[in-house]
Write a protein that binds this ligand. Structure first.
Ligand code: 5GP
Length: 135
């Protein structure tokens, strides 16, 4: 005998689908809805300049998938995609910052993360300050 799902459960499922999170600003850039100048692109990753630069060179490396909210989830779910992001960051640093760079993954609100679609900040260009955390 085939089990029939009660109507109220089906309605709850529909509500859950409707409540899914809106696409992140980076998903909207990946889809082309928000225009940006791409500095690098692979099958799985894009890179572009940060809109509010915090260093002489400040680029963002972003996976096309919005599946991972932060670097912890990405490392657990798809380490090869994380490695690809690092490779793209390194190439960008070669091209735009003389090869040396700082790679930052803000992870969680109190660490400064504002977009919950994993991304790497590539910072470069004579970073002379001694503090990493702004203290
Ligand atoms: P988070 O604070 O999450 O680590 O980093 C998010 C970064 O995305 C910020 O540095 C912010 O300036 C950048 N950002 C937010 N919206 C846009 C946008 O529409 N275009 C670009 N290029 N960067 C953005």
């Amino acid at each position: 005998m085939t089990a029939v799902e009660p109507a109220h459960d089906a309605a709850a499922n529909l509500r859950l689908v409707g409540m899914s999170e809106a696409p992140s600003v980076f998903s909207r850039i990946v889809s082309g809805e928000i225009p940006t100048t791409l500095l690098a692109e692979t099958d799985r990753v894009i890179a572009f300049a940060d809109i509010n630069p915090q260093a002489p060179v400040h680029l963002l490396v972003v996976p096309k998938t919005g599946e991972y909210r932060d670097v912890v989830a990405l490392a657990a779910g798809d380490p090869s995609l994380l490695a690809e992001m690092v490779e793209v960051a390194s190439s960008l640093a070669q091209e735009h910052a003389g090869g040396d760079f700082r790679l930052v993954f803000n992870t969680g609100e109190t660490a400064g993360q504002t977009v919950f679609h994993v991304h790497a900040h590539v910072l470069g260009g004579s970073l002379q300050e001694g503090s990493l955390g702004g203290a």
